[in-house]
Write a protein that binds this ligand. Structure first.
Ligand SMILES: O=C(O)CCC(=O)C(=O)O
Ligand SMILES: [Fe+2]
Length: 338
């Protein structure tokens, strides 16, 4: 699947989201045919208000009122039921020409945690989230996807979610994990590790730049892993990726989380959107995965999120965690190759 094959449709409506416009991935052919019924604008001039409702059981005005009341009632019903409304921060079908971001206030405990374990140069200028579509080249993303596919093909969870951690070697197999380096010591090449390191370095520098950190005081941390998600039913708790969570609680060393998407929502898989669950304004903010799209966010309570269940196809992504705590830093995989 190449970038140009992806469909296009740009949308940006959340006023709290900042950043630049996007461009459609490709031009979508105009397929809409004019509506030929009585509300076709071309017909309006020919229908006078006096004659337009002649013979109708309900007048135009009454219909409009009924439809409006019905729509309001439905919106109120769903909002009251879930308490949340939804907006899309980045659609799969749009290409962000530069970063799109949303700032938020850091909680005191998040800042205190960084102050306790790391440099003050690792404190964010602001908390929040950012999405970038132009950080990596298509060839790099393709190489990373090929690496992920090759590694994950050697194992695989019996449920819907498999992981491959190139740092520890953990690879899902059945209902447990194997160490891929023990079972397949020569699986990955030096050049594969090099492209992985180069992508990681670029993402890390972009995280440092966006949040206003000194990159030398930010470190890659555990767990950093590839995920492959299918619609297969979960067999163990490891397969239940869809729960709402806070990364700082799930992965205590994380201060910043980044995600690199390797396949496309709506094309390679259905479902599987990433959703920020914002309590301050009862809003769910969705990022639709797009190949090569990078998102990053501060890992505290301000960025509660979950992944929607994948309903078909295969979703590949790379989760990379960054910490301010030098004692939690992990080395690059392949550094010990002869
Ligand atoms: O794959 C994603 O989009 C997010 C994964 C996630 O939330 C996590 O690994 O903590
Ligand atoms: Fe997460």
């Amino acid at each position: 699947m190449t970038v140009t094959q992806r469909s296009s449709q740009a949308a940006k409506s959340d006023p709290s989201v900042e950043g630049t416009a996007s461009r459609p991935a490709t031009a979508r052919p105009k397929t809409a045919t004019p509506f030929s019924g009585r509300y076709n604008p071309k017909l309006i001039k020919r229908i006078s208000p006096e004659t337009s409702d002649k013979g109708a059981a309900l007048s135009h005005k009454q219909w409009t009122r009924m439809v409006t009341i019905g729509a309001i009632a439905m919106i109120l019903y769903y909002t009251a039921k879930t308490g949340q409304t939804n907006t899309i921060m980045a659609k799969q079908s749009e290409v962000l020409e530069s970063k799109r971001y949303q700032n938020s206030v850091c909680t005191p405990s998040y800042r205190q945690d960084i102050e306790k374990v790391g440099s003050k140069d690792c404190l964010p200028r602001k908390c929040g989230r950012v999405i970038m579509d132009d950080l990596l080249q298509e060839s790099e993303t393709e190489a990373i996807l090929a690496l992920a596919k090759k590694g994950l093909a050697q194992g695989g969870s019996s449920g819907g979610a498999s992981i491959l951690d190139l740092h520890s070697g953990a690879l899902s197999q059945g209902e447990a994990f194997i160490n891929v380096y023990k079972v397949y010591p020569d699986l990955f090449t030096r050049s594969e590790f090099e492209v992985y390191k180069s992508v990681k370095d670029r993402v890390k520098a972009a995280v440092a730049e966006h949040f206003g950190l000194n990159n030398d005081h930010l470190f890659l941390s555990h767990p950093t892993f590839f995920s492959r998600i299918t619609a297969a039913p979960a067999q163990t708790l490891h397969d239940e990726y869809w729960h709402v969570h806070i990364d700082k609680e799930t992965y205590p060393s994380f201060h910043y989380t980044s995600l690199l998407y390797l396949t496309d929502f709506g094309i390679d898989f259905q479902g599987g959107s990433f959703v920020f669950v914002d309590a301050h304004d009862n809003m769910n903010r969705t990022i639709e995965p797009r190949m090569g799209r990078v998102s990053a966010f501060t890992s505290g309570i301000e960025n509660k999120h979950h992944v929607e269940r994948v309903t078909s196809g295969i979703r590949y992504a790379l989760t990379m965690g960054f910490t301010c705590d030098p004692s939690q830093a992990i080395p690059n995989p392949g550094d010990d190759l002869p």
